[in-house]
Design a protein around this ligand. Structure first.
Ligand SMILES: *[C@@H]1O[C@H](CO)[C@@H](O)[C@H](O)[C@H]1NC(C)=O
Ligand SMILES: *[C@@H]1O[C@H](CO)[C@@H](O)[C@H](O)[C@H]1NC(C)=O
Ligand SMILES: *[C@@H]1O[C@H](CO)[C@@H](O)[C@H](O)[C@H]1NC(C)=O
Ligand SMILES: *[C@@H]1O[C@H](CO)[C@@H](O)[C@H](O)[C@H]1NC(C)=O
Ligand SMILES: *[C@@H]1O[C@H](CO)[C@@H](O)[C@H](O)[C@H]1NC(C)=O
Ligand SMILES: [Cu+2]
Length: 563
């Protein structure tokens, strides 16, 4: 038998094996043969797997475990020349990158070295199949990790692409507790070099917990001070000198080599801002939204809402020189900057020795509304339609004032409040059949193990006046969702116009002002999964619900010793 027919046999084995695993999630194990190598000119390949692999049903099994130790700690951060107290993973913001291959296992030991706060870590967008207990949500999947304690999170990497890990305890992620989460795998366009994560972020000069007090009372004021690009920027204190303004800030810089193609993984980790990313003189080839590879498309700029990711490829094909990279704060969206959007910049250089500020300009105009990238651009590479829908939940979003005159966001009149000492999955384990009302639990049950079943969530933006004019980036835990509809006008209650043929698929999408968002997800991952607005102020003011999915299949036994 020659090498070619051996290859063919191995491929055939993989195919029949993947068909066999179409119903339940099982890794393919006997496809170790390197059939197609991932190189700068063959980025669609991934050994016996590739972009065509249905990663909701199957994944490689590398047999490899990536083990990481993280310390959650307090300190003083100087990201832009202005010192303030902050919280970090291992002393840096962004925290250290966690990088694994598709099919690896991740084992992450988190030690809480904070003085008095609890903590927890969420793996944003990661499906955590059959590992709901490691989703990192205090009050839902765990108790907070107490100061001085350590918790080990463990899960299989069944997706590939770009995300971030962040604290899910109160407002800690906005204090600096986030870092890159990168899973290597195939890509839908070729590139030479992977430059890693590039974070876009708003940043306050006073601690978020101090601002929170103000925010709750007035609902809308107190925006962030400024912006950071990958954790760094300069800040001009001349107008308002302050003893904390000690200097030392610098612009983010990237060096390009003429002719090369670079992959950049954009991530919006803001507390409440939308960004428009661009590089003067260069276009972007967009290859994925969140963890989903898409048909590549060309863009001059890309809009990122909070919690969203876009991977882009930038070709260094401009005349050698220095160029501004822009992460402009979109002023028509959430948060009114005290600073100018134009200060959210970094520098792309073709000569690493250049020290000059770029003189490049941009003719882009900022968006006037707070929406996502147009849906027609975001075509999933792996084409998947919505299947049989067995459950539909409709919820509306509103605001209210509490007796103590504090603002709260509500979902169907209920604002999410959790008891950190009584996580949802512990209640499930204890067979408490009725969940407390403020846990905002929606139960969805897969009825037939043998069949695909889907659930639908329609969220309507029904707040009055000013509040109804805000858009909300809605994030799903434990699932990607298929966007059935995302409209800027009220819902007529009909599903007739729902898009079910390979619609946009991701884990964070905007609920437009005065409009609605209809999402479908497959009931393929039992657990208690949070769904929430990723504007930290809003989720802290209760804009969240939980799906308890297939309650009888949730295996919570393993988690109990860690609760
Ligand atoms: C984080 O810090 C701890 C010590 O506090 C160290 O053991 C560990 O290797 C660091 N982790 C990373 C990912 O750098
Ligand atoms: C967490 O720490 C901040 C100060 O760093 C404090 O304002 C806040 O109340 C603490 N929250 C909890 C729940 O311990
Ligand atoms: C941004 O910072 C992260 C974390 O420090 C680093 O891994 C990454 O390479 C940086 N991004 C770029 C594009 O340089
Ligand atoms: C800083 O701000 C001052 C006054 O607002 C202005 O005169 C000065 O040019 C600014 N410096 C830089 C480097 O932009
Ligand atoms: C939320 O309220 C709407 C309108 O009153 C109702 O139709 C819907 O069933 C409610 N949803 C849930 C999950 O109770
Ligand atoms: Cu919101």
């Amino acid at each position: 038998m020659n090498a070619r027919s051996l290859l063919f046999l191995a491929l055939a084995a993989c195919i029949s094996n993947s068909e066999a695993s179409a119903v339940s999630f099982t890794p393919r194990t006997n496809c170790e043969t390197q059939l197609c190598e991932n190189t700068p000119t063959t980025r669609g390949c991934w050994g016996a797997y590739d972009l065509e692999t249905n990663y909701y049903k199957t994944a490689p099994d590398t047999g490899k475990t990536v083990e990481v130790w993280l310390s959650v700690q307090e300190g003083i951060c100087n990201q832009n020349g202005y010192e303030r107290p902050c919280m970090t993973f291992n002393g840096t913001m962004p925290g250290p990158p966690i990088i694994a291959d598709w099919g690896d296992k991740l084992k992450i030991h988190v030690t809480n070295n904070l003085e008095s706060n609890g903590t927890s870590v969420h793996w944003h967008g990661v499906h955590l199949r059959n590992s709901n207990q490691w989703d990192g949500v205090p009050g839902v999947t765990q108790c907070p990790i107490a100061p001085g304690e350590r918790l080990t999170y463990e899960f299989k990497v069944t997706q590939y692409g770009t995300s971030w890990y962040h604290s899910h305890f109160s407002l800690q992620s906005s204090e600096g507790l986030f870092g890159p989460l990168i899973f290597n795998g195939p890509a839908s366009a070729n590139y030479d070099e992977d430059l890693g994560a590039l974070f876009l972020q708003d940043w306050s000069h006073s601690p978020t917990f101090v601002e929170w007090e103000v925010k709750q009372k007035f609902g809308i004021t107190s925006s962030q001070t400024t912006t950071l690009v990958n954790g760094t920027n300069t800040f001009n204190c001349t107008a308002e000198p302050h003893k904390n303004c000690v200097g030392g800030g610098k612009k983010f810089e990237m060096v390009f080599q003429q002719g090369k193609k670079y992959r950049i993984r954009l991530i919006n980790v803001a507390i409440d801002s939308q960004f428009q990313f661009s590089i003067d003189g260069h276009s972007l080839t967009v290859i994925s939204n969140d963890f989903v590879p898409i048909e590549p498309y060309l863009a001059d700029s890309i809009i990122l809402n909070v919690g969203q990711r876009y991977d882009v490829i930038v070709e260094a094909n401009a005349p050698p020189g220095d160029y501004w990279l822009r992460g402009g704060w979109v002023q028509s969206c959430q948060g009114v900057a005290n600073d100018h959007p134009e200060s959210a910049t970094g520098i792309v250089r073709y000569n690493s020795r250049s020290m000059r500020d770029p003189t490049s300009t941009s003719s882009l105009s900022a968006p006037v509304s707070c929406l996502d990238e147009p849906q027609e651009n975001l075509v999933p590479y792996l084409k998947l339609d919505v299947g049989s829908i067995t459950d539909t939940t409709v919820e509306d979003i509103n605001v209210r004032l509490t007796n103590a005159a504090m603002f709260q966001w509500t979902i169907n009149s209920s604002s999410l409040v959790l008891d950190w000492g009584r996580p949802t999955i512990q209640q499930i384990y204890d067979k408490e059949r009725i969940f407390p009302t403020p846990y905002n639990v929606v139960e969805v049950e897969k009825e037939n193990e043998e069949k695909e079943e889907w659930a639908v969530l329609v969220i309507e933006n029904k707040a009055a006046a000013f509040f109804g004019g805000l858009a909300h980036p809605i994030h799903f835990h434990g699932h990607d969702f298929w966007i059935l509809a995302q409209e800027s006008h009220p819902w007529d209650g009909s599903s007739a116009s729902f898009q079910t043929k390979n619609p946009v698929r991701r884990d964070t999408a905007v609920l437009p002002a005065h409009g609605y968002l209809a999402l479908a997800f497959e009931l393929d991952n039992p657990g208690a999964w949070l769904v929430h607005c990723h504007i930290a102020w809003h989720s802290s003011m209760g804009l969240a619900l939980e799906f308890v999915e297939s309650e009888n299949s949730i295996s919570t036994k393993i988690v109990l010793e860690n609760l």
